[in-house]
Design a protein around this ligand. Structure first.
Ligand SMILES: [Zn+2]
Length: 255
């Protein structure tokens, strides 16, 4: 096989792996951002429950002050009733006392309702706080995993890029330009010739061309898809050719 074809097959595998690693590195911060946004929602629920409880409690204190004021009024009316001269005056004062007592009962009902609300909100707060604790632990784990994976990916990317540069510098410039152009357009720049066809676009190759491709001794381009063609002889006992990765082992080794 022409060394340039061998190099391009390897280059295409490395280019694909680089793309996969770059996609993965880009996806990790998005995953962390998703969990962080969920965490922010739970934090908001905790704050809301706390604020509601605080408001209910402050409202209760206000209502208790209102009751005290009404009780003072009642005491005052009762004191006044001891000094009244007429029955009508006495009745009027007792009427006021009744009103004040009614108001107190209404306020006491409100206080009771408020206490039930506080109990409900305290349950909600407890649940939200437990969720927040679990999510905080989870995000720390996810972040640590993302950091580790990113570091691993980046180390691999550096290795692949070094190998990629090495391969590219060894391939003829015009062939490399063709490779880059087709790769950009079609995502793969090489195609195996198999069963008299280009295996990428499935167009039949002319018999002479197929025979030439089988030698792997010249650069041949598929007329239909422009991919660089190569041939892999079928593995022993197999009707189909061996995958490209296995063929690499056959690269010439310097003695
Ligand atoms: Zn083709």
């Amino acid at each position: 096989m022409l060394p340039d074809i061998q190099r391009l097959i390897e280059l295409q595998q490395i280019d694909r792996e680089i793309q996969r690693l770059q996609d993965e590195v880009a996806a990790l911060p998005r995953r962390v951002a998703e969990i962080e946004s969920k965490l922010a929602d739970t934090k908001a629920q905790v704050e809301k429950a706390k604020a509601t409880i605080k408001a209910d409690e402050s409202n209760r204190r206000k209502l208790e002050i209102d009751i005290q004021a009404l009780q003072q009024k009642i005491t005052k009316y009762r004191d006044q009733s001891l000094d009244v001269k007429t029955n009508d005056q006495y009745k009027a004062l007792m009427h006021e006392v009744n009103f004040a007592e009614q108001d107190i009962r209404i306020i006491e009902d409100k206080i009771l309702e408020g206490m039930l609300d506080v109990e409900e909100n305290e349950k909600r707060l407890k649940a939200a706080e437990a969720e927040l604790k679990a999510e905080t632990a989870e995000i720390e784990k996810e972040k640590a995993a993302a950091r580790l994976r990113t570091a691993e990916d980046e180390a691999q990317l550096a290795e692949h890029n070094a190998k990629r540069n090495q391969l590219r510098s060894a391939v003829a410039a015009d062939l490399l330009r063709h490779y880059d152009r087709v790769l950009k357009l079609r995502r793969t720049a090489l195609a195996e010739a198999r069963d008299h066809k280009c295996s990428a676009c499935q167009v039949m190759l002319r018999p002479q061309m197929y025979n030439d491709v089988r030698t792997n001794e010249q650069i041949l381009i598929c007329d239909s898809c422009q991919r660089i063609l190569y041939y892999l002889p079928p593995a022993e006992g197999e009707a189909t050719p061996a995958p490209a990765a296995e063929n690499h082992a056959q690269a010439p080794v310097a003695q």
